[in-house]
Unconditional design. Sequence first.
Length: 231
Amino acid sequence: MGLKTVEEIKAAIEAAVPGAGVEIVPNPSVSAQHSLRLKPETAVAVATFLRGDAELAFDFLSNATGVDWLDKEVAEKVKVMRWVNREVDGVKELVEETVEETQKRIVPGYLEAVYHLFSITKGHGPVVIRMRTANRTDQMQLPSLTPVWRSAEFQEREIFDLFGIVFTGHPDLRRILMWDEFKDHPMRRDYVEPDDFEYEPTAHDEVLKRALEHAARVAAQTGAGQEGAGA
């Protein structure tokens, strides 16, 4: 028997995990590799089922990565009541009418963790599962899947380091590429590179140019501050 469809896997999950809340995320590309979005509240239970089920037996997590989705502006057509000027029998008067307007709103961004699962036992896969945070500012927690697939440990550390997702229940969540004192997450889509490269000496002309420009700005700011203090 081959690998079940995502619809069949979704149905199996919902039968095994009450309130699982799994959603199918369509992939419109040629590959049509649809994925399953898990609720953070039930993700560990769902992952445990996917690994332990006799037919699915997803015993190997090959890859985990992060995705950053920025805030986006969407335009929607809505019907609203408005007072408008109308001429009735030669007399201008205000009448209330339903009109269609375009309104814009901001959809908050979020972070995602995406996992690719295979079954070594059954020889099938991949199945892609994903979780999303509430936002990308102060609610960035997701449950760690390391207790289910040990290969998630370093990969979740990388996602934490580069995107900022905080994996609760992770056995050793700390930076893996950047140093501990580093304050930002370099794979964020709005990440701005620093212009102070003193910590990374290099002979490359472009980097040296930026370092010198930075030093000049610091010197100018320091000089202005000293003049102000002297005055």
